[in-house]
Design a protein around this ligand. Structure first.
Ligand code: FMN
Length: 355
C-alpha cells in the first residue's frame, strides 16, 4: 500500500512538507501540494510558484518524484500551460483538482464545479490527454530504471475527484469518463461536493465507483481518500473496501493501491508509521516536530504573530494528544509573541498527560 499526504490549502506548504518528511517521512510515498491556480493570464502567484521550487524543498534532495504539484484549472489550455511550467522545474506528475467544494471555486467551474457538466469535463480531459503522455501503469520506467517521459514537455496527470457533485449516483458517468483516459492515478475522495468534508465517508459508493471504473476498462491505480484518522479507521475502511474480490479487469490491477491522508496526519504526524506497524507518536517527537515547524514557518512568514497563527492551525488538530488541556490550549491561543507561545507550549507538555 502506498501512503500519500493530502493537499491542504495554506497548510501542506513547503515549511510543513520539509519538516514532516525529515521527521516522519519514512513510508510517505508522495506529498501533494495545495493547488496552484492556472490563470487565464498564465502567471503563477509568486507564493504558489515558490512552494514548488526544488530549492525550497531541501528535505526531498531534489527528488521531485515525491512531490506532486496540484493544479486548479477551468479549461484544458490553462491546465496545459501550468503543467508545462511545472514540468520545466523537473516534476513528472501533476494532479488535477476536481474536488474543491468552495463556492468561489465551484462558481467559476473549477474544482468540484467541473463535475457538474460532464460533457464539458470530458472535452477538457480529451484536450489534456491528447497532449500529455499516456500513463501506462505497467511501464512507467524503462528497464534501466530511467524515466521514459523525460523527453515530453508535459508531466503525467493524475486526478483527484469526488464521487459526484450532488449525489453519488453521478459517479457512474464520471468513472466512465475517467476510464477513457490514460491517467496516472485516480484519487477518489469518498464524498460528494455537497458533503464538503463532513459526515462519514461514503464507503459503499466509493467501492461501487471503483468497480465501475474498472468495469469501464480504467487501468490506473486507484487511491482512497477520506477520514483515515487512526489505525482503527484504516483497518475498518480498507477491510470494508477489500471485502469482496476485485472485479475482473483486463489487467488484474487491485482495486486499491494507495490511500491519501490529510487531517489524520495533521493530528498525528506519525500516523503512516503506525499504519505500517511502527510505534506510536511520542511526546518528545511531537515537541521536536513543533519546534522545527515553528522555525520553518519563521523563515516563511516574517512576523511572530503570524507564525503563531499558522501554528494554531496545527494545534487545532494536535490538542487531542493532551488530556484535559483546555486551559493550557487557551494560553497557546492567546500568545502574541514567540516567548509567550513557547512558555504556553512548555506548559501544556509539563501539565497535561500526553495521550
Ligand atoms: C483546510 C483544507 C484544505 C484543503 N485543500 C485542498 C487542496 O488544496 N486541494 C485538494 O485537492 N484538496 C484539498 N483539501 C481536501 C483534502 O486533500 C482531503 O481530500 C480531505 O481533507 C479529506 O481527507 P482527510 O479526511 O484525510 O482529511 C483540503 C482540505 C482541508 C481540510
Amino acid at each position: 500500500m502506498n501512503f500519500y499526504y493530502a493537499p491542504m490549502e495554506g497548510i501542506t506548504l513547503y515549511p510543513l512538507r520539509n519538516i514532516h518528511r525529515e521527521i516522519f517521512g519514512k513510508g510517505v510515498d508522495k506529498y501533494f501540494t495545495p493547488f496552484l491556480t492556472a490563470t487565464h493570464t498564465h502567471h503563477f502567484k509568486n507564493r504558489e510558484k515558490k512552494d514548488i521550487l526544488p530549492d525550497k524543498n531541501p528535505a526531498f534532495d531534489g527528488c521531485t518524484d515525491r512531490i506532486i504539484p496540484q493544479i486548479m484549472a477551468g479549461c484544458a489550455e490553462d491546465f496545459l500551460w501550468a503543467a508545462g511550467e511545472i514540468k520545466k522545474l523537473g516534476y513528472n506528475e501533476v494532479n488535477l483538482n476536481l474536488g474543491c467544494p468552495a463556492p468561489t471555486v465551484v462558481n467559476r467551474r473549477k474544482g468540484a464545479g467541473l463535475l457538474i457538466d460532464t460533457d464539458y469535463l470530458d472535452e477538457m480531459l480529451k484536450k489534456i490527454f491528447d497532449a500529455v503522455p499516456a500513463a501506462d501503469p505497467e511501464a512507467f520506467v524503462s528497464n534501466d530504471g530511467s524515466d521514459m517521459n523525460s523527453e515530453n514537455k508535459y508531466p503525467y496527470v493524475s486526478i483527484k475527484s469526488r464521487l459526484g457533485f450532488s449525489s453519488p449516483d453521478e459517479a457512474g458517468r464520471l468513472m466512465e469518463i475517467f476510464a477513457a483516459y490514460p491517467i496516472k492515478e485516480l484519487i477518489l475522495h469518498a464524498r460528494v461536493r455537497e458533503d464538503y468534508y463532513a459526515g462519514s465517508p461514503r464507503l459503499d459508493d466509493f467501492k461501487n465507483a471503483a468497480y465501475i471504473y474498472r468495469q469501464c476498462g480504467g487501468t490506473a491505480d486507484i487511491c482512497y481518500n477520506g477520514s483515515i484518522d487512526t489505525p482503527d479507521d484504516y483497518k475498518k475502511i480498507l477491510g470494508y473496501i477489500n471485502s469482496d474480490q476485485p472485479v475482473n479487469s483486463k489487467t488484474n490491477r487491485p482495486l486499491l493501491s494507495s490511500v491519501m491522508i490529510g487531517r489524520g496526519l495533521l493530528a498525528n504526524p506519525a500516523l503512516v508509521r503506525e499504519l505500517g506497524g511502527g510505534s506510536a507518536l511520542t511526546g518528545n517527537e511531537l515537541r521536536l516536530y513543533l519546534r522545527k515547524l515553528y522555525d520553518s514557518y519563521s523563515e516563511y512568514i516574517p512576523e511572530d504573530r503570524n507564525v503563531i497563527f499558522k501554528m494554531l492551525e496545527h494545534w487545532a488538530f494536535l490538542h487531542v494528544h493532551f488530556r484535559d488541556c483546555e486551559r493550557c490550549l487557551k494560553a497557546i491561543r492567546k500568545a502574541r509573541s514567540k516567548g509567550e507561545y513557547s512558555a504556553a507550549v512548555n506548559n501544556i507538555f509539563s501539565s497535561c498527560e500526553f495521550i
